[in-house]
Design a protein around this ligand. Sequence first.
Ligand SMILES: Cc1ncc(COP(=O)(O)O)c(C=O)c1O
Length: 391
Amino acid sequence: MNYDFDAIIERRGTGCEKWDDLAAVFGTDDVLPFWVADMDFAAAPGILAAVRAKAAHPVYGYHVKEESFFAAAMDWERRRHGWEVGRSWLVNTPGVVSSLGAAVLALTDPGDKIVIQPPVYPPFFSCVTRNGRQVVENPLRQRGGRWEMDLDDLESKLGPDVKMLVLCSPHNPVGRVWTRDELLALGEICLRHDITVVADEIHCDLVFSGHRHVPFATLGPELAARTVTFFSPSKTFNIAGTYTSLAVVPDPGRRAKYGALLAGLGMTSGNLFGLAAAEAAFKTGEDWLDTLLPYLEDNADLLAAFVGREMPGIKVAKPEGTYLAWLDFRGRFADHAALNEFLVGAAKVGLNDGLSFGHQGKGFARFNFACPRALMLEGLSRIAAALKMRG
Ligand SMILES: Cc1ncc(COP(=O)(O)O)c(C=O)c1O
């Protein structure tokens, strides 16, 4: 089937965060948005049909979480990632961020230390600190332009009070798709130090040619038992507004604690439209996704080439997955506030502030390239032209 990812769809005035919240976030409406991690593309036809069918019935009451939803999710993991997920391991949760907060509360105690690997998705910080736990930073490092985990640094920071590690796989914002060997090396350390791993795999389906997502819990039964994995059709199929995700908790003890916490928070009901959209995505969205991925990868290639050619002093590593590019402006901007002022005031683009991903993001900004190519090129051209003007 043909899908038109070049179509410009007007999103202003729909209450969408990316286009309708610009003044609040950037102080002006006069920027092209490349921030919030959703896509400016229409959802797959099968999803639209399923949601419309639900909406057509006039009663929007409480909904059963049907077995067909879980079967579709399990089938998806098996087909796309070779992971045989047990039915009893699966828990439907509203969104990945709330699931992460719940895992922190259920599986650690107040004051415990939790490792994250910045620069990283901002809620990884807040889900720890706002729940009364302490962040231990194990920053990524760059080698030959490629982002890597620093496992020596990790080892040096582990101790009996470190209970959990939150893994971002694939990694937002650096776009790495961790290899099996990298994950095995990390897993070996987590086993030795008795660390529970929370694997946020929300970007698992957005992986480019030559790379393969390895679900952390497939690395072996011992690691599976200490891992809670999150996945969701929300990023993959651009249905983030429907807030429906899944947690996979193979270990019965951890599952009981997690389930009890969710019950205590009243987080056990499903969303009528979210469940319908998710099931349709897993069942009918594959062709759409397989058409989307080369489009996104072409955008990634074009972006990397454009930055190399037209933006002297700015660096980017082509992402291996996700639709996010982590732009390194340090060669041109010593001052982070000046970078933000430049992007908004001179280039008139709305990117994610690098500093929101941790202090390691000083001098960086995140560019979301999941948009029609013409829009992406317009945004990049604005930055390049403003850089030239700045001299
Ligand atoms: C790593 C990661 N986790 C979670 C989310 C958001 O998940 P949700 O909208 O389901 O809370 C995002 C969105 O950008 C993300 O990048």
